[in-house]
Design a protein around this ligand. Structure first.
Ligand SMILES: *Cc1c(COP(=O)(O)O)cnc(C)c1O
Length: 426
């Protein structure tokens, strides 16, 4: 057995334990992570990898950012959880900070992204009844094909991905699905049904679907249509927000200010779960005491960590860096001349390579080969590889990664050309 550098469980044992005792609701790449720093992660045996997933965009600030870890350490020694039965001395401070940061009047804190989405749905419905006068139980919310908003029973009710839905019904009614990136479909629907629609829930850039970048101006047009029909524009920026696409929010590309903004993932730089819904007083105050909440929502530990995490985004210019590094990265990917690559797309550091399906070779196999070259990326669906490194990645690190990615494709191409595709699969 190889000597361990970190912890007392080796990679094989860690994988065996998860496989045996844990539910199989994920299919991880066979690599065990024991330590992280910036864009790097290490396995227990000490092999180092470049993290090109960033926990699905939860560690935009880089792993274990010293300033965020320090904030966590200090607050963990003071008080961590009070529940909302009492006030705490950190929640209000965070609420002021985050509402001013994003230009909203009020905020409601939750924990996971899915809870943030659920909160937005409940707020939109409530607003629909008490402000828009939608008849009882008639309020509807419009969503998009290919959406990903989380895993609760209600959220999967409007998923269009069979993996998310099959055998999980019956589903929550009250949702209408239209094509993504289609403002004509939205307007057509609202012209007829707008009176009973409370909100339009949309990802400004679809992540899980495979990094689908809408047309320029899509969100701006969507904002205008929603305004026209008195429908709340609800932007799910859990993955696309917080510097990821080269702007603080992906909505900023179009200069649109949604009526409701949902944040999560990088809101705490990967240290503790926290999500938030930001909106106006008009919307927020439709929910009264005792009508919604969560035991951990707004806990002082998360609040302190979140302020530190948001500060890092601005102080370190991570939006600007994501924009600049994204350009270099996509240009590099587009230079790779491989029959395996169909298409490269993305914005900022939210990028994807679409793999041309080959006999016996899928995105998963490319990711395995990349891992052997020290690059960690994860397929989404069978033919798309998402590349979302931490937003503090440097130009040298991008170029290093490019070299390895290029080499990986060269080697896979050679194997395919040699008719050895069957052997590529492990
Ligand atoms: C990850 C994600 C969610 C769900 O967040 P969880 O913390 O996993 O519940 C919702 N919406 C989008 C766009 C996401 O990427």
């Amino acid at each position: 057995m190889k000597k361990l550098v970190c912890g007392n469980i080796d990679s094989a044992e860690a994988m065996r334990l998860e496989e045996h005792y844990g539910a199989h609701n994920y299919h991880p790449l066979p690599v065990v992570l024991a330590k992280g720093e910036g864009i790097y992660v290490w396995d227990p045996e000490g092999s180092r990898y470049l993290d090109f997933l960033s926990a699905y965009g939860a560690v935009n600030q880089g792993h274990c950012h010293p300033k965020i870890v320090q904030a966590c350490r200090e607050q963990a020694g003071l008080i961590t959880l009070t529940s909302r039965a009492f006030f705490n001395n950190k929640l209000g401070d965070w609420e002021k900070y985050i509402t001013e940061y994003f230009g909203f009047e009020m905020v409601l804190p939750m924990n996971t992204g899915a809870e943030g989405v659920e909160t937005a749905i409940k707020l939109a419905r409530r607003w629909g009844y008490v402000k828009k006068n939608i008849p009882e139980n008639q309020a509807r919310i419009v969503t998009c094909e290919g959406n990903f908003h989380g895993r609760t029973t209600t959220i999967i009710s409007f998923s269009t991905d069979p993996d998310c839905r099959t055998n999980f019904g019956p589903f929550t009614p009250g949702f209408i699905t239209i094509p993504y990136n289609d403002t004509v479909a939205l307007e057509k629907l609202l012209r007829v049904e707008g009176k009973s629609v409370a909100g339009f829930l949309v990802e400004p850039l679809q992540g899980e679907a495979g990094v689908y970048v809408p047309d320029d101006g899509y969100m701006k047009k969507v904002g205008e249509i929603c305004k026209k029909y008195n429908v709340l524009l609800i932007a799910d920026e859990i993955q696309s927000g917080l510097a990821r696409t080269g702007r603080m929010l992906c909505c900023d590309h179009d200069g649109v200010h949604p009526d409701m903004l949902i944040l999560g993932k990088a809101l705490t730089g990967g240290i503790i779960p926290m999500s938030a819904v930001l909106s106006s007083r008009e919307v927020m105050l439709t929910i009264k005491p005792g009508e919604h909440g969560s035991t951990y929502g707004g806990n002082p530990l998360a609040c302190v960590i979140s302020i530190a995490a948001l500060k890092v985004l601005k102080d370190e210019g991570l939006s600007e860096n994501a924009e600049a590094m994204g350009e270099i990265f996509r240009a590099g990917l587009r230079e790779i001349d491989s029959p395996l690559i169909e298409l490269v797309r993305g914005r900022g550091l939210m990028n994807a390579v679409v793999i041309k399906p080959q006999k016996n070779l899928e995105a998963w196999d490319v990711c395995l080969a990349l891992k052997d070259k020290g690059i960690l990326a994860k397929p989404t669906h069978r033919h798309i590889i998402r590349f979302t490194p931490p937003c503090m990645i440097t130009e040298n690190q991008v170029r290093d990664a490019m070299k390895q990615i290029k080499q990986t494709f060269t080697e896979l191409d050679a194997k395919i050309a040699g008719g050895m595709a069957a052997k590529v699969r492990s």
